[in-house]
Design a protein around this ligand. Structure first.
Ligand SMILES: Nc1ncnc2c1ncn2[C@@H]1O[C@H](COP(=O)(O)OP(=O)(O)O)[C@@H](O)[C@H]1O
Ligand SMILES: [Mg+2]
Length: 325
Protein backbone atom coordinates (compact mmCIF):
# COMPACT_ATOMS: atom_id res chain seq x y z
CA UNK A 1 0.00 0.00 0.00
CA UNK A 2 1.21 3.54 -0.77
CA UNK A 3 2.39 5.61 2.20
CA UNK A 4 -0.52 7.60 3.66
CA UNK A 5 -0.75 11.35 2.98
CA UNK A 6 -1.10 12.04 6.69
CA UNK A 7 0.07 9.88 9.56
CA UNK A 8 -0.80 10.97 13.09
CA UNK A 9 0.90 9.26 16.02
CA UNK A 10 -0.15 9.54 19.65
CA UNK A 11 -1.40 13.11 19.41
CA UNK A 12 -2.08 14.61 22.83
CA UNK A 13 -3.63 18.06 23.33
CA UNK A 14 -4.21 19.50 26.81
CA UNK A 15 -5.56 22.91 27.76
CA UNK A 16 -5.26 24.72 31.04
CA UNK A 17 -8.53 25.97 32.48
CA UNK A 18 -9.62 27.54 35.76
CA UNK A 19 -10.88 24.08 36.80
CA UNK A 20 -7.60 22.30 35.96
CA UNK A 21 -6.07 20.54 32.95
CA UNK A 22 -8.53 19.62 30.21
CA UNK A 23 -7.58 16.61 28.08
CA UNK A 24 -8.87 17.42 24.62
CA UNK A 25 -7.05 14.70 22.70
CA UNK A 26 -5.88 11.70 24.69
CA UNK A 27 -3.43 10.04 22.30
CA UNK A 28 -4.91 9.96 18.80
CA UNK A 29 -3.26 7.87 16.07
CA UNK A 30 -4.62 7.73 12.54
CA UNK A 31 -3.65 7.56 8.87
CA UNK A 32 -5.29 9.44 6.00
CA UNK A 33 -4.84 7.80 2.61
CA UNK A 34 -3.81 9.75 -0.47
CA UNK A 35 -6.85 11.08 -2.34
CA UNK A 36 -9.21 9.55 0.24
CA UNK A 37 -12.07 11.25 2.05
CA UNK A 38 -11.96 10.48 5.74
CA UNK A 39 -15.10 11.12 7.75
CA UNK A 40 -14.69 11.99 11.42
CA UNK A 41 -17.84 11.55 13.50
CA UNK A 42 -18.73 11.71 17.16
CA UNK A 43 -21.04 13.65 19.45
CA UNK A 44 -20.36 17.29 20.18
CA UNK A 45 -17.42 17.52 22.60
CA UNK A 46 -15.59 14.45 21.25
CA UNK A 47 -12.52 16.39 20.12
CA UNK A 48 -13.20 16.57 16.37
CA UNK A 49 -12.54 20.30 16.00
CA UNK A 50 -9.48 20.07 18.21
CA UNK A 51 -8.09 17.39 15.90
CA UNK A 52 -8.65 19.63 12.86
CA UNK A 53 -7.16 22.67 14.60
CA UNK A 54 -4.12 20.64 15.62
CA UNK A 55 -3.56 19.63 11.98
CA UNK A 56 -3.55 23.33 11.08
CA UNK A 57 -1.63 24.22 14.25
CA UNK A 58 -4.31 26.81 14.96
CA UNK A 59 -4.99 25.87 18.57
CA UNK A 60 -6.47 28.19 21.20
CA UNK A 61 -4.04 30.15 23.40
CA UNK A 62 -4.72 28.14 26.57
CA UNK A 63 -3.22 24.95 25.12
CA UNK A 64 -0.65 23.67 27.60
CA UNK A 65 0.50 20.58 25.74
CA UNK A 66 0.75 19.48 22.12
CA UNK A 67 2.72 16.28 21.70
CA UNK A 68 2.97 13.40 19.27
CA UNK A 69 3.42 13.63 15.52
CA UNK A 70 1.33 14.81 12.57
CA UNK A 71 3.26 13.76 9.49
CA UNK A 72 2.14 15.33 6.21
CA UNK A 73 3.95 13.39 3.50
CA UNK A 74 6.68 12.73 6.06
CA UNK A 75 6.97 16.30 7.38
CA UNK A 76 6.09 16.51 11.09
CA UNK A 77 3.81 19.54 11.53
CA UNK A 78 4.05 19.36 15.34
CA UNK A 79 7.80 19.95 15.18
CA UNK A 80 7.67 22.92 12.77
CA UNK A 81 8.58 26.43 13.91
CA UNK A 82 5.65 28.89 13.70
CA UNK A 83 7.07 30.56 10.58
CA UNK A 84 7.47 27.20 8.84
CA UNK A 85 3.90 26.28 9.73
CA UNK A 86 2.72 29.64 8.38
CA UNK A 87 4.03 28.62 4.95
CA UNK A 88 1.98 25.42 5.07
CA UNK A 89 -1.28 26.74 6.51
CA UNK A 90 -3.75 27.75 3.83
CA UNK A 91 -1.46 26.25 1.20
CA UNK A 92 -0.63 22.59 1.79
CA UNK A 93 -3.31 22.31 4.48
CA UNK A 94 -6.52 24.31 4.05
CA UNK A 95 -9.62 24.47 6.18
CA UNK A 96 -13.30 25.05 5.48
CA UNK A 97 -15.09 26.29 8.57
CA UNK A 98 -18.65 25.77 9.70
CA UNK A 99 -19.52 29.43 9.40
CA UNK A 100 -18.04 31.04 6.29
CA UNK A 101 -18.67 34.54 7.66
CA UNK A 102 -15.93 34.05 10.25
CA UNK A 103 -13.46 33.06 7.56
CA UNK A 104 -14.36 35.44 4.73
CA UNK A 105 -13.34 39.06 5.00
CA UNK A 106 -16.48 41.23 4.82
CA UNK A 107 -14.50 44.19 3.47
CA UNK A 108 -13.19 42.56 0.31
CA UNK A 109 -14.90 41.21 -2.78
CA UNK A 110 -15.04 37.50 -3.43
CA UNK A 111 -12.76 37.98 -6.44
CA UNK A 112 -10.04 39.72 -4.44
CA UNK A 113 -10.09 37.07 -1.73
CA UNK A 114 -9.74 34.30 -4.29
CA UNK A 115 -6.92 36.12 -6.07
CA UNK A 116 -5.16 36.62 -2.76
CA UNK A 117 -5.01 32.85 -2.26
CA UNK A 118 -3.91 32.34 -5.86
CA UNK A 119 -1.07 34.86 -5.47
CA UNK A 120 0.30 33.02 -2.48
CA UNK A 121 0.53 29.90 -4.59
CA UNK A 122 1.50 31.47 -7.89
CA UNK A 123 2.86 35.02 -7.63
CA UNK A 124 3.42 37.20 -10.69
CA UNK A 125 0.47 36.15 -12.83
CA UNK A 126 -1.08 38.74 -15.14
CA UNK A 127 -4.21 40.39 -13.75
CA UNK A 128 -6.37 39.03 -16.57
CA UNK A 129 -5.14 35.49 -15.86
CA UNK A 130 -5.81 35.88 -12.15
CA UNK A 131 -9.37 36.95 -12.87
CA UNK A 132 -9.84 34.09 -15.30
CA UNK A 133 -8.69 31.53 -12.72
CA UNK A 134 -10.85 33.04 -9.99
CA UNK A 135 -13.88 32.96 -12.28
CA UNK A 136 -13.17 29.35 -13.28
CA UNK A 137 -12.91 28.34 -9.64
CA UNK A 138 -16.30 29.90 -8.81
CA UNK A 139 -17.76 27.97 -11.74
CA UNK A 140 -16.16 24.76 -10.41
CA UNK A 141 -17.95 25.10 -7.08
CA UNK A 142 -21.26 25.70 -8.83
CA UNK A 143 -21.71 29.45 -8.45
CA UNK A 144 -23.93 30.83 -11.22
CA UNK A 145 -22.75 33.91 -13.15
CA UNK A 146 -19.24 33.55 -11.77
CA UNK A 147 -17.88 36.61 -13.56
CA UNK A 148 -20.48 38.86 -11.92
CA UNK A 149 -19.95 37.22 -8.53
CA UNK A 150 -16.27 38.17 -8.51
CA UNK A 151 -17.36 41.71 -7.65
CA UNK A 152 -19.75 40.65 -4.87
CA UNK A 153 -19.07 41.12 -1.17
CA UNK A 154 -19.69 38.14 1.15
CA UNK A 155 -22.82 39.67 2.71
CA UNK A 156 -24.43 39.91 -0.73
CA UNK A 157 -24.42 36.10 -1.03
CA UNK A 158 -26.67 33.48 0.57
CA UNK A 159 -25.28 31.12 3.22
CA UNK A 160 -24.97 28.28 0.71
CA UNK A 161 -23.18 30.51 -1.82
CA UNK A 162 -20.79 31.78 0.87
CA UNK A 163 -19.96 28.20 1.78
CA UNK A 164 -19.22 27.56 -1.91
CA UNK A 165 -16.89 30.59 -1.93
CA UNK A 166 -15.10 29.17 1.14
CA UNK A 167 -14.67 25.88 -0.66
CA UNK A 168 -13.41 27.73 -3.77
CA UNK A 169 -10.84 29.57 -1.65
CA UNK A 170 -9.64 26.35 -0.05
CA UNK A 171 -9.36 24.63 -3.44
CA UNK A 172 -7.58 27.62 -4.99
CA UNK A 173 -4.63 26.78 -2.76
CA UNK A 174 -4.50 23.23 -4.23
CA UNK A 175 -3.84 21.80 -0.78
CA UNK A 176 -2.62 18.29 -0.12
CA UNK A 177 -5.03 18.15 2.77
CA UNK A 178 -8.43 19.83 2.96
CA UNK A 179 -10.11 19.97 6.36
CA UNK A 180 -13.85 20.56 6.45
CA UNK A 181 -15.20 21.03 9.98
CA UNK A 182 -18.99 20.54 9.90
CA UNK A 183 -19.16 22.58 6.67
CA UNK A 184 -22.89 22.08 6.23
CA UNK A 185 -24.17 22.45 9.80
CA UNK A 186 -25.19 26.10 9.37
CA UNK A 187 -27.15 25.34 6.20
CA UNK A 188 -30.68 24.08 5.68
CA UNK A 189 -31.21 20.49 4.56
CA UNK A 190 -31.60 21.20 0.83
CA UNK A 191 -28.46 23.34 0.64
CA UNK A 192 -26.65 20.82 2.80
CA UNK A 193 -27.45 18.10 0.27
CA UNK A 194 -26.14 20.34 -2.54
CA UNK A 195 -22.86 20.98 -0.73
CA UNK A 196 -22.35 17.27 -0.07
CA UNK A 197 -22.98 16.64 -3.76
CA UNK A 198 -20.41 19.32 -4.57
CA UNK A 199 -17.79 17.59 -2.42
CA UNK A 200 -18.58 14.37 -4.23
CA UNK A 201 -18.03 16.03 -7.62
CA UNK A 202 -14.88 17.80 -6.49
CA UNK A 203 -13.13 14.59 -5.70
CA UNK A 204 -12.82 13.97 -9.44
CA UNK A 205 -10.76 17.14 -9.87
CA UNK A 206 -9.03 17.36 -6.54
CA UNK A 207 -6.04 15.11 -5.95
CA UNK A 208 -5.56 15.83 -2.25
CA UNK A 209 -7.05 14.11 0.78
CA UNK A 210 -10.12 15.42 2.59
CA UNK A 211 -11.09 15.22 6.24
CA UNK A 212 -14.83 15.71 6.54
CA UNK A 213 -15.98 16.30 10.11
CA UNK A 214 -19.64 15.82 10.92
CA UNK A 215 -21.89 14.69 13.72
CA UNK A 216 -24.20 13.24 11.09
CA UNK A 217 -23.44 9.64 10.15
CA UNK A 218 -25.75 9.64 7.14
CA UNK A 219 -23.84 12.45 5.44
CA UNK A 220 -20.53 10.77 6.05
CA UNK A 221 -21.84 7.47 4.71
CA UNK A 222 -22.71 9.16 1.42
CA UNK A 223 -19.46 10.97 0.91
CA UNK A 224 -16.54 9.32 2.65
CA UNK A 225 -14.26 6.38 1.92
CA UNK A 226 -13.01 5.87 5.45
CA UNK A 227 -14.47 6.60 8.83
CA UNK A 228 -13.05 7.38 12.20
CA UNK A 229 -15.30 7.57 15.25
CA UNK A 230 -14.20 9.84 18.09
CA UNK A 231 -15.34 9.91 21.67
CA UNK A 232 -13.94 11.79 24.65
CA UNK A 233 -10.69 12.73 22.88
CA UNK A 234 -10.05 9.16 21.74
CA UNK A 235 -10.57 7.34 18.44
CA UNK A 236 -12.76 4.38 19.33
CA UNK A 237 -13.18 2.87 15.87
CA UNK A 238 -11.88 3.25 12.32
CA UNK A 239 -12.14 1.50 8.97
CA UNK A 240 -13.72 1.70 5.52
CA UNK A 241 -17.00 3.59 5.91
CA UNK A 242 -19.29 0.94 4.41
CA UNK A 243 -17.81 -1.78 6.61
CA UNK A 244 -17.93 0.24 9.82
CA UNK A 245 -21.54 1.23 9.28
CA UNK A 246 -22.64 -2.23 8.18
CA UNK A 247 -20.90 -3.95 11.09
CA UNK A 248 -19.69 -1.64 13.86
CA UNK A 249 -17.21 -3.23 16.27
CA UNK A 250 -17.30 -0.63 19.06
CA UNK A 251 -20.37 -0.17 21.29
CA UNK A 252 -20.15 3.62 20.86
CA UNK A 253 -20.42 3.36 17.07
CA UNK A 254 -23.34 0.99 17.55
CA UNK A 255 -25.05 3.49 19.87
CA UNK A 256 -24.53 6.35 17.39
CA UNK A 257 -26.02 4.26 14.59
CA UNK A 258 -29.02 3.32 16.73
CA UNK A 259 -29.66 7.03 17.33
CA UNK A 260 -29.78 7.75 13.61
CA UNK A 261 -32.18 4.88 13.03
CA UNK A 262 -34.46 6.17 15.85
CA UNK A 263 -34.35 9.63 14.29
CA UNK A 264 -35.91 8.33 11.10
CA UNK A 265 -38.71 6.54 12.91
CA UNK A 266 -39.85 9.21 15.36
CA UNK A 267 -38.68 12.40 13.69
CA UNK A 268 -37.17 13.42 17.05
CA UNK A 269 -33.47 13.70 17.67
CA UNK A 270 -32.47 10.57 19.55
CA UNK A 271 -29.44 10.62 21.80
CA UNK A 272 -27.31 8.17 23.71
CA UNK A 273 -28.24 8.14 27.41
CA UNK A 274 -25.67 9.89 29.61
CA UNK A 275 -23.16 12.61 28.82
CA UNK A 276 -19.87 12.82 26.94
CA UNK A 277 -16.96 12.66 29.37
CA UNK A 278 -15.72 15.81 31.01
CA UNK A 279 -12.31 16.60 29.49
CA UNK A 280 -11.02 17.30 33.01
CA UNK A 281 -11.43 13.66 34.01
CA UNK A 282 -8.30 11.56 34.15
CA UNK A 283 -9.18 8.26 32.51
CA UNK A 284 -8.85 5.19 34.67
CA UNK A 285 -10.95 2.82 32.56
CA UNK A 286 -12.39 2.72 29.04
CA UNK A 287 -13.60 6.18 28.06
CA UNK A 288 -17.03 4.83 27.06
CA UNK A 289 -17.52 2.45 30.02
CA UNK A 290 -19.82 4.80 32.02
CA UNK A 291 -22.38 4.76 29.17
CA UNK A 292 -21.65 1.35 27.68
CA UNK A 293 -24.35 -1.33 27.92
CA UNK A 294 -21.63 -3.99 27.69
CA UNK A 295 -19.19 -2.64 30.28
CA UNK A 296 -17.64 -5.38 32.43
CA UNK A 297 -15.34 -5.01 35.46
CA UNK A 298 -12.22 -5.46 33.30
CA UNK A 299 -13.33 -2.49 31.15
CA UNK A 300 -12.50 -0.30 34.16
CA UNK A 301 -8.83 -1.25 34.06
CA UNK A 302 -7.54 1.34 31.61
CA UNK A 303 -8.39 2.74 28.17
CA UNK A 304 -7.86 0.00 25.58
CA UNK A 305 -5.64 0.92 22.61
CA UNK A 306 -7.10 1.06 19.09
CA UNK A 307 -6.51 -2.57 18.07
CA UNK A 308 -6.55 -4.06 14.58
CA UNK A 309 -9.37 -6.61 14.64
CA UNK A 310 -9.17 -7.53 10.97
CA UNK A 311 -7.33 -5.93 8.04
CA UNK A 312 -8.23 -2.23 7.90
CA UNK A 313 -10.64 -2.45 10.86
CA UNK A 314 -9.70 -1.11 14.27
CA UNK A 315 -11.62 -0.69 17.50
CA UNK A 316 -10.65 0.28 21.03
CA UNK A 317 -12.78 -2.29 22.85
CA UNK A 318 -11.47 -5.32 24.68
CA UNK A 319 -14.87 -7.00 24.32
CA UNK A 320 -15.30 -6.35 20.57
CA UNK A 321 -15.11 -10.05 19.68
CA UNK A 322 -17.66 -10.99 22.35
CA UNK A 323 -20.28 -8.26 22.08
CA UNK A 324 -20.07 -7.05 18.46
CA UNK A 325 -18.36 -9.86 16.55
N1 LIG B 1 -9.47 25.84 24.46
C1 LIG B 1 -10.13 24.97 25.22
N2 LIG B 1 -10.01 24.96 26.57
C2 LIG B 1 -10.67 24.09 27.34
N3 LIG B 1 -11.50 23.16 26.86
C3 LIG B 1 -11.69 23.11 25.52
C4 LIG B 1 -11.03 24.00 24.64
N4 LIG B 1 -11.41 23.71 23.37
C5 LIG B 1 -12.25 22.67 23.45
N5 LIG B 1 -12.43 22.30 24.73
C6 LIG B 1 -13.25 21.18 25.22
O1 LIG B 1 -12.70 20.00 24.66
C7 LIG B 1 -13.72 19.09 24.26
C8 LIG B 1 -13.57 18.81 22.77
O2 LIG B 1 -13.92 19.96 22.05
P1 LIG B 1 -14.02 19.99 20.44
O3 LIG B 1 -12.71 19.56 19.87
O4 LIG B 1 -14.51 21.32 20.07
O5 LIG B 1 -15.11 18.85 20.18
P2 LIG B 1 -16.09 18.64 18.92
O6 LIG B 1 -15.57 19.42 17.76
O7 LIG B 1 -16.07 17.15 18.69
O8 LIG B 1 -17.44 19.09 19.36
C9 LIG B 1 -15.02 19.75 24.65
O9 LIG B 1 -15.37 19.26 25.92
C10 LIG B 1 -14.68 21.21 24.72
O10 LIG B 1 -15.52 21.87 25.63
MG1 LIG C 1 -16.51 20.86 16.57
Amino acid sequence: MAAPMVSIQDLVVDASTSRGTAHLLRGVSLDIGRGRILGVVGESGSGKSTLASAMLRLLPPNISRLSGQIRLDGLDLVALAPAEMEAIRGRRVAMIFQDPMTALNPLFTVGLQLIDVLRRREPGLRRADELKQAEAMLATVGIPDPRLRLAAYPHQLSGGMRQRVMIAMALMAQPDLLLADEPTTALDATVEAQIVELFDELRQRFSGSIVFISHHLGLVAELCDDLCVMYGGVIVESGPVTEVLARPRHPYTRALLDCEIDDDASGRLASIPGDVPDPLTVLTGCVFAPRCPHAAPRCLQGQPPLMELEPGRRAACIRADEVLP
